[in-house]
Ligand binder design. Structure first.
Ligand code: GDG
Length: 473
């Protein structure tokens, strides 16, 4: 079995499956895959140094090695805060109005990708497979090939792939996508993002695209593009639900709701998550039903994120203003309808909060997948499950078709969905939840990692399945 090298912006070692750690599913999946195969997890240390040296910090984790490098402050500014989070992130989430196209960002991004390639190459052995994560490293595959590496290279994109019409607004978009085609396998969260990518390759690059297999041939490169929807570590998450921490969190929220139905949102504070629009939908509901303050309690957990970027400071200010105005208008002396909490909680506590909430409000304007939707489903009581309201524009909507699917920009539709959820009979809640739960359980993050790695190692898969053929025949 080939050794695995994972590359991602940050590296995160978990304390083992089932540990009530703060890490999310991605860390769990990567740790699991690396422990199974052995290998290296390579990324940025999160530290800044005055001068880039390429010096690797290597640590032995449980069954694999982590290797990190430090970056210079201006590299972090241009590559991470700049090109990754001020150019690609908004553009790929269809926020062309927020996307900034600065030459320095693009140059910093290419420079850091080259630094990553240079630091990684000495660690790579002949049979290793390399799996790169996300939008920080779209050109890394090409950089590695330029240094003569011919190992199998895969890329998984955690965020959406925008329509060609939007992508063409990015200067040098052809160069960026042509660089991506040096990967052997490119994975997307959903069929929609995959189709957008194939369409772009055909239309803008005039590549030879086989839609049925996702094979793209262009300038001597052959790439397979496929959808690999990511999941959560379902059994790890259920184990968290058994902890005292989860039970205490459940009690705390359920008792403080004072018989009101809890609606929950849990999102990094990001403009892609549709948070102001949720408050607008609530506004509509409260305006049309006077007694709502006695019936509904909306908890929005929104830990701050990327605060070095202006648009993130802005969305935070907008939300503070909107929740303040909303609560000013709709509170009573002893009842406040929106609890907007600007900090993070432990994952076990989140489990308890999800379970105490009879409505999960997951309405991003765009989202690669959205794992909160899946966590909400996993945390429900099978005998009395809550209702998931999910944006059609999240990758998760392709799988979670039994949620109440809404257009998050249509306040009336969201308001109606909240109303429907509030009054949904137990039998329908159960029927919907059972179908959703099956999807969350059966398409989990460990299977996701296995599927991707299998696609990246076709010879290995053939070799391991070869002995079965005579026996089967
Ligand atoms: C990107 C893509 C894709 C949130 N608040 C707290 C907390 N969280 C955890 C959630 C969940 C994770 O963060 C968020 O994941 P999402 O999938 O919802 O969104 P992004 O962070 O934008 O992730 C997304 C994902 O990558 C994976 O491919 O699904 O589309 O945008 O696990 O629970 N965790 C803790 N405390 C919090 O307060 N511990």
């Amino acid at each position: 079995m080939s050794r695995l090298i994972v590359v991602s912006n940050r590296v995160s070692v978990t304390k083992g499956r089932g540990a009530a750690g703060a890490q999310g599913g991605l860390a769990v999946a990567m740790n699991g895959a690396l422990r199974a195969r052995g290998g290296i997890w390579f990324g940025w240390s999160g530290k800044e140094v005055d001068e880039f040296t390429g010096q690797l910090t290597m640590q032995r984790a449980d069954g694999f090695t982590t290797a990190t490098i430090d970056l210079e402050p201006h590299d972090v500014e241009e590559y991470y805060n700049g090109y990754a989070n001020r150019t690609i992130w908004p553009l790929f989430h269809y926020r062309i109005d927020l996307a900034e196209y600065e030459n320095e960002f693009g140059r910093g991004y290419e420079r850091v990708n080259e630094q990553f390639a240079n630091s990684l190459i000495p660690l790579v052995e002949e049979e290793d497979i390399i799996w790169v994560q996300d939008y920080h490293f779209l050109p890394l595959g090409e950089r590695l090939r330029a240094h003569g590496l011919d190992n199998r290279l895969g890329l998984f994109l955690h965020i959406p792939w925008p329509p060609a019409r939007l992508l063409v607004s990015l200067p040098y978009h052809e160069r960026l996508v042509e660089a991506m085609l040096h990967y052997d396998v490119i994975g997307f969260q959903s069929v929609e993002w995959l189709e957008s990518f194939l369409h772009y390759c055909r239309k803008e690059l005039h590549a030879e695209v086989d839609e049925a297999t996702g094979t793209i041939r262009h300038k001597g490169n052959v790439t397979t593009a496929r959808a690999f929807p990511i999941g959560i570590d379902h059994s790890e998450f259920l184990a968290l639900g058994e902890t005292d921490e989860a039970k205490r969190a459940y009690e705390r929220l359920a008792s403080s709701a004072r018989n009101r139905t809890v609606v929950i949102g849990v999102d990094r504070l990001d403009y892609s998550k549709g948070l102001p629009e949720r408050i607008d939908a609530m506004e509509r509901l409260f305006a049309s039903h006077e007694d709502m303050v006695n019936q509904l309690l909306y908890i929005q957990i929104a830990p701050p994120s990327r605060e070095d970027v202006q648009s993130y400071r802005q969305i935070r200010a907008t939300l503070e203003r909107k929740t303040g105005q909303f609560n000013g208008a709709h509170s009573d002396v002893d009842l406040v309808p929106i609890r907007y909490v600007n900090r993070g909680f432990g994952r076990a506590e989140l489990f308890g909060f999800y379970r105490a909430a009879k409505i999960g409000l997951v309405t991003p304007i765009r989202d690669g997948m959205n794992l909160v939707a899946k966590e909400y489903v996993a945390a429900q009581d099978p005998e009395d499950p809550g209702v998931l309201i999910l944006s059609r524009f999240a990758g998760a909507a392709e799988q979670l078709t039994d949620a109440l699917l809404v257009n998050p920009l249509n306040h009336e539709e969201v308001t109606r969905a909240i109303w429907t959820a509030l009054h949904m009979p137990l039998a329908e809640r159960k029927a919907r939840w059972e179908k959703l739960y099956r999807v969350v359980r059966d398409a989990d993050v460990l299977g996701w990692a296995d599927d991707f790695i299998t696609a990246l190692t076709p010879e290995e898969t053939q070799k391991s399945s070869a002995p079965l053929t005579p026996a089967a025949a």
